[in-house]
Design a protein around this ligand. Structure first.
Ligand SMILES: Nc1ncnc2c1ncn2[C@@H]1O[C@H](COP(=O)(O)OP(=O)(O)OP(=O)(O)O)[C@@H](O)[C@H]1O
Ligand SMILES: [Ca+2]
Length: 552
């Protein structure tokens, strides 16, 4: 789905805007940005927003401790390794990597990336050179990436690894990304759940964005059910200490890679979980406008509380003995917070983290703060009370249009709801019209093992030379490969799309399973030399006149 690029059309009032993104940009520039600048919001919280922040495709941030399987998960989702990625038991990823779509493959280093006005990363400049040396964008053609971008991150160090300084504020960078992405996927290792200090600090940085946070309890097939329950409990308890709303956190349990499950014990659970997760990812583009609106409202509320805090501190400063007063004010900040909350009827949730704010305030000269400017605050109140509401009809309209779109396609998401591997839609599969390969002279790669596969095929008692989807599924599931992979194999093997496998299609499926078990990737489309001989056709000028070619 093409992302909508909204040009700055010189909109003068809210009535003129045609899209939600355009409206949000207009409101931001008119009513929020002046306030942010006036009260030095970016010195305390996050840099100001730019047009690219409202236009970009949905983004997913993948975070987690070292070796929890972040890069593996991304490869699984894309069905493709990204250029330069490394996977291994030792800490491997040391860069923040934005994985994006482009027709040509390439890498853009951080310093150049923050110069590009069309990418939403310009403000990362703020985190300095050490960070930029650890930031890059890799781009290549991939169907999933046509509708979303993914951010791979360096592993959060676990307690046993010696803590080394990163040279940049890792939690602050995470927080910046958390603010700008649509979904945060936090991976944890069910097999080795030891949560470190850096983990707690990083999770704290995600506070306020819990609505985007999903936890993946990965490698869950490596432990038995009883241990899994214990790990799940321990995880929720640890997260509960750092995140205020652990009960609403969605945890997906499974093993998110294309290798077979270690045991079949919880297979059905893992499969359902993965299906739910993939559905959520698939729907990201549909919910993108609403998410951007939500984020702007959240930001506006924080800006409002910031304005009250800063102007309060300014007004409290005396002419003399300022240092003492500043110290007292910082010490009293919790009390000041609640006084402002009561006086202006602002909910505590709109306020920044108090300890963080105290730390930041130390480095500021309070006399330089600005006092209250009622006009600016009134504009902001108007934004929150009436302007956003005016965008609602546009939002509904966009949601209706988006609901018609298929959502994210490609990679493992390609075959969602297809083949006999998902409930509710057991055999439906519309054949790939006109995708028959042209007749080639190439031999069928599967031929040499066909007798071996035939034996299994006939043992499964096919009817009229074909194996039903249910029977084929039972057999394919016994390989313990995840359903998402088997579903892809099904799609590739059921060449004529009749929801059944004949002997050749079965041999092809078995061949692909072996390929997968040996650790190779699946082709996105069946290559010519894999198409079963009886399914090979010659392309003629008239489609009706397709002539079946005899077996070689
Ligand atoms: N679902 C899984 N089940 C079992 N092992 C897995 C799973 N996913 C990944 N692994 C293994 O875990 C190790 C770490 O994987 P990977 O490099 O993807 O993790 P990472 O989180 O990206 O690590 P880093 O933080 O170092 O970048 C690899 O050896 C990989 O093969
Ligand atoms: Ca990695």
């Amino acid at each position: 789905m093409a992302s909508k690029k909204i040009k700055n059309r010189g909109v003068k009032s809210l009535k003129e805007v045609q899209t939600v993104a355009e409206g949000l940009k207009f409101l931001y520039r008119q009513k929020l940005l002046p306030l942010e600048k006036y009260y030095g919001f970016s010195d305390f919280h996050s840099p100001s927003l730019e047009d690219a922040d409202f236009d970009h495709k949905p983004m997913i941030l993948v975070v987690g401790q070292c070796s929890t399987g972040k890069t593996t998960f991304i490869r699984y989702l894309l069905e493709q390794e990204y250029p330069g990625s490394r996977i291994g038991p030792e800490p491997t990823t040391d860069c923040f990597t934005a994985i994006m779509h482009r027709d040509v493959e390439g890498v853009i280093p951080g310093n150049a990336l923050v110069m590009d006005p069309n990418k939403p990363f310009r403000k990362l400049n703020y985190f300095g050179n050490t960070f930029l040396n650890r930031f890059q964008c890799v781009h290549f053609p991939n169907q999933v990436l046509e509708s979303l971008s993914i951010i791979d991150t360096p592993g959060i160090l676990s307690s046993t690894k010696k803590r080394m300084s990163r040279g940049y504020d890792f939690p602050a960078v995470l927080r910046w990304f958390a603010e700008h992405v649509d979904l945060i996927i936090l991976l944890c290792d069910a097999h080795k759940l030891e949560l470190s200090d850096e983990f707690s600090r990083s999770i704290t940085a995600l506070r306020g964005y819990e609505d985007k946070l999903r936890v993946l309890l990965n490698k869950a097939d490596m432990v038995d059910s009883q241990q899994l329950m214990r790990v799940y409990g321990a995880l929720m308890w640890s997260l509960g200490k750092v995140i205020c709303t652990p009960e609403v956190l969605r945890v997906y349990i499974g093993s998110f890679w294309s290798s077979p499950f270690r045991t079949s014990e919880n297979r059905v659970l893992f499969e359902r979980e993965e299906e739910d997760l993939f559905k959520e990812i698939q729907n990201l583009p549909r919910n993108s406008a609403l998410r951007k609106l939500n984020d702007l409202v959240k930001r506006a509320r924080l800006v409002r509380s910031h304005a009250y805090i800063v102007s309060f501190l300014k007004e409290e400063m005396p002419l003399f003995r300022r240092d003492n007063k500043k110290r007292d004010l910082i010490y009293d900040l919790p009390v000041i917070f609640s006084r402002i909350q009561q006086r202006h009827q602002i909910s505590a949730g709109d306020f920044p983290d108090c300890a963080n704010m105290q730390e930041r305030l130390m480095n500021h000269d309070f006399t330089k703060f600005k006092s209250r400017k009622s006009k600016l605050i009134a504009g902001l109140d108007e934004l929150l009370t009436t302007d956003i509401a005016k965008l609602m009809p546009l939002l509904r309209q966009e949601e209706l249009v988006a609901a018609e779109q298929p959502g994210v396609q490609g990679g493992l998401l390609l075959e969602m709801n297809r083949g006999p591997f998902l409930e509710g839609n057991p055999f439906y599969y519309s054949g790939p019209n006109g995708e028959c390969e042209e007749l080639t002279e190439e031999a069928w790669v599967v031929s040499k093992d066909k007798p071996k596969y035939d034996e299994i095929f006939y043992n499964l008692s096919p009817q009229d030379g074909k194996l039903s989807g249910i029977k084929a599924k039972d057999w394919m599931t016994s390989t313990r490969l995840p359903n998402s992979v088997l579903s892809r194999i099904w799609k590739l093997s059921d060449v004529d799309g009749d929801g059944m496998l004949d002997d050749e299609e079965f041999a092809l499926a078995s061949h692909l399973i072996e390929v997968k078990l040996e650790g190779f990737g699946l082709p996105p489309k069946l290559p010519a030399d894999l198409v079963p001989p009886s399914k090979r056709r010659r392309k003629t000028s008239s489609t009706e006149n397709r002539e079946d070619c005899a077996e070689a």
